[in-house]
Design a protein around this ligand. Sequence first.
Ligand code: ATP
Ligand code: MG
Length: 180
Amino acid sequence: MHLKTLTMKGFKSFASATTLRLEPGITCVVGPNGSGKSNVVDAISWVLGEQGAKALRGGKMEDVIFAGTSGRAPLGRAEVTLTIDNSDGALPIDYSEVSVTRRMFRDGAGEYEINGSRARLLDVQELLSDSGIGREMHVIVGQGQLDGVLQSKPEDRRAYIEEAAGVLKHRKRKEKALRK
Ligand code: ATP
Ligand code: MG
């Protein structure tokens, strides 16, 4: 399993649709300061369901939508699609390629799709929770985050381990059932 393509449209500095093709192995993104390298990483976190504006380096969720430049008007929505190669069946879905899309509008409304069909955040989380791709730190390790894990409270550290072990999915289901 590996990430195949990432398409961003109206997401942060990527006003026009921009697709990055990723090969198996290590990918490096290089470019001058402010050219959007970290925005690419933010796009991956976001499409996988990140709910915190701060984790996306913004003040509010709407900050992920292209805000305009001197030469280009702001846009009304952000959209990111991540395509994952699933030919080894690592994701529990009967497709050799899985695409996850997230879309958000200025009024705060948002939606997800899995292979083009409407899905809930929970569906996206469940699809990915046993795969080692998730929104938590064992996938995307930001600057200073390692210190955070070492200094975190035992229950927070436990959550990281649970997600890595695939237990989080069952905990989320249980919490949802109890809320009903
Ligand atoms: P560095 O090398 O300094 O880490 P970087 O390549 O990681 O730089 P990013 O942080 O990804 O750069 O991109 C910053 C740019 O993205 C800034 O120019 C900022 O104005 C732009 N940007 C962020 N959010 C938006 C938005 N909503 N609309 C338009 N531009 C945005
Ligand atoms: Mg950066």
